[in-house]
Ligand binder design. Structure first.
Ligand SMILES: [Cu+2]
Length: 157
């Protein structure tokens, strides 16, 4: 690859990132009118505290579908991180590996408990965590958005 090509590609990449972050901000605006995802009950939303230098962190919570319809949670976001996604940790030959999950599906009456070594929400590009130790997490299911408060818990010693 020529040097020019390299710079051109880097520039395109940067423009792409800028545009997508603008879209993210706009998409997050109507959240105040959100009614929440119908039938979805979320509890025990916690984030184990991480050192201030850490740019990534995991969030764990429990889901319960109390409706008679399948719920598809298609994305997750928070004002304190650039990107958030669903991850599933699996162990292959003794090595832990994180797999990206496109969405989370809950059948009627199904519950999912996220925990260390299993399913979690990965926050990337983590910014300063509010001093209150509580931040907002938004779960999206099409037009429906549930806003959840996540509590930062101190690490077990
Ligand atoms: Cu992860």
């Amino acid at each position: 690859m020529s040097l020019f090509n390299y710079y051109a590609k880097t520039l395109l990449l940067c423009i792409g990132i800028t545009v997508s972050s603008v879209e993210l901000v706009l998409a997050d605006e109507p959240v105040k009118k959100a009614k929440g995802i119908k039938g979805l009950v979320v509890s025990k939303a916690t984030m184990p505290s991480v050192p201030p230098v850490s740019r990534t962190s995991a969030v764990y919570l429990s889901f319960e579908n109390q409706s008679e319809n399948t719920i598809l949670i298609d994305s997750v976001s928070t004002p304190i991180a650039h990107h958030s996604m669903f991850h599933l940790t699996t162990e292959v030959d003794g090595v832990a590996k994180m797999n990206h999950l496109e969405h989370i599906q809950l059948l009627p009456s199904q519950s999912i408990v996220m925990q260390q070594g299993g399913m979690h929400i990965m926050l990337m590009g983590l910014q300063a965590i509010p001093e209150s130790g509580i931040f907002e997490l938004r779960l999206h299911s099409g037009e429906q958005i549930s806003i959840i408060e996540v509590k930062v818990s101190s690490r077990r010693k």
